[in-house]
Design a protein around this ligand. Structure first.
Ligand code: ACO
Length: 401
């Protein structure tokens, strides 16, 4: 390699770190993560305490504004969000144009991006007030779009929320209200969803969050930055893993429940199969969110009186992995997505919507990270490369090739 090609514009050497395994992209005061010790904290508060004691909306406020809100602040925040929860009717026309077979993540990304066309002032973040307006606008409209995405897929009429309900209560109502108007709120499901959303709310510089920050670093608007994060989340190595996990567990069940066969496939380097929901770039001991979700899954199924053989298969895989040197040596443990699908399924959420639910939870993290990036006036994100292609070649005209 020509050493000159390793020099950056400041004269320093360019580091090559595919996948950014050891490269920090920013300073941040939002989320602390210690992968060796399995510690996750939002703004200094432990994920365990937040999942047990806080509501999702409190966590949304905490992540975005840095402090836990008092009752008055939280009420005002909720009112501001509610005042932005109507979505322009013309957006429904875009939704209608999608085929019913469209994956909900593609629809969600497109509609979130399209919001900019309907609310162009959201691009203006010159003042604190303008930034706040963009934030409450998307927090108001995103759950509506999420619910519409599911209802469109199911051929159900679209719903709006109910002003009297809480943020998470409203999400469930918009998703599950029957066409004849019936809807009974189940507090077990509300609590479970609240907890799941909290556990997904932020995870520092993961793939989708880095995408949001890098898109926003060009000063593109908040909504399109979020849309690019949604697209990044879609992939099965990231948020799409929760859908892939359930499909994998179903396949194992349909195949007679032989977990050992699938463990062997995952270890076979000639087989592209991976044990979905296992492994994490940063957690090399355990994923604290997986522990909380596993317990929540057991509680929700017990409270609802559901016996799901899928949970037994999942627990079987997790136990076998703990005793298998392939997984132990590579520090592969169940991650946040391993058990979440079991809860979503118990709630009646279709498998294709699982990653959309992840996006709903991750929304405040993306917003907080985007806001931090803009407030700190970070420079445009622009990684360098090591060029390994041809050196200069004289051009030949088409008749001579
Ligand atoms: N099943 C089998 N083997 C695995 C798995 C798995 N799930 N995950 C990693 N490995 C193996 C790799 O083959 C590799 O083995 P090798 O050293 O013999 O070549 C080693 O473990 C290291 O794996 P990498 O892919 O290099 O680790 P990386 O940090 O790049 O990837 C990732 C992390 C993407 C999460 C990976 O573990 C994976 O694909 N897991 C399955 C998908 C998944 O659950 N994604 C969700 C992640 S959490 C989230 O985004 C919310």
């Amino acid at each position: 390699i020509d050493i000159k090609s390793l020099r950056g514009e400041t004269g320093g050497v360019i580091t090559l770190d595919p996948g950014y395994k050891n490269t920090g992209s920013c300073e941040s005061s939002i989320t602390f993560l210690d992968g060796e010790k399995g510690i996750l904290r939002y703004r200094g508060y432990s994920i365990e305490e937040l999942a047990e004691k806080a509501s999702f909306l409190e966590v949304v406020y905490l992540l975005i504004f840095g402090e836990l809100p008092n009752k008055e602040t939280l009420d005002k925040f909720h009112e501001d969000i509610k005042s932005h929860s109507v979505v322009d009717d013309d957006l429904k026309k875009i939704l209608d144009a999608f085929p019913k077979s469209a994956h909900p993540m593609g629809v969600l990304s497109s509609l979130t991006s399209a919001l900019t066309a309907f609310y162009p002032s959201s691009v203006d973040v010159a003042s604190e007030e303008a930034m706040y307006n963009s934030i409450v606008t998307i927090l108001g409209k995103f759950p509506v779009i999420v619910a519409w995405t599911m209802r469109k897929k199911q051929g159900l009429p679209l719903e709006y929320g109910d002003d009297k309900l809480g943020y998470v209560e409203n999400i469930l109502k918009m998703m599950f209200k029957s066409p004849n108007g019936d809807y009974i709120q189940n507090p077990i499901l509300v609590n479970a969803l609240d907890k799941l959303l909290i556990l997904h709310a932020d995870h520092e510089q993961n793939c989708s969050t880095s995408t949001v920050r890098i898109t926003g670093s060009s000063h593109a608007g908040l909504f399109v930055s979020l849309a690019s994060g949604i697209s990044a989340l879609w992939g099965p190595l990231h948020g799409g893993a929760n859908q892939a996990v359930l499909e994998m567990l179903e396949a194992i069940k349909a195949d007679g429940g032989d977990t050992k066969k699938y463990m062997a496939k995952a270890k076979d380097k000639n087989d592209p199969f991976r044990l979905m929901g296992f492994g994490h770039r940063v957690y090399k001991n355990f994923d604290p969110r997986a522990l909380i979700i596993k317990q929540a899954a057991e509680e929700v199924l017990a409270d609802l009186g559901i016996e799901d053989p899928i949970l037994d298969i999942a627990k079987g895989l997790a136990k076998e992995a703990l005793e298998d040197s392939y997984f132990v040596d590579r520090k592969l443990y169940p991650n946040v997505d391993f058990y979440s699908g079991i809860i979503y399924r118990a709630m009646g959420i279709p498998v294709e919507m699982f990653t959309v639910m992840f996006a709903l939870g991750r929304l405040p993290g993306w917003i907080a990270q985007w806001k931090e990036m803009r407030t700190r006036k970070e420079p445009i994100g622009r990684p360098r490369q090591l060029y390994i292609g041809e050196t200069y070649r004289p051009f030949t005209t088409i008749d001579k090739r």
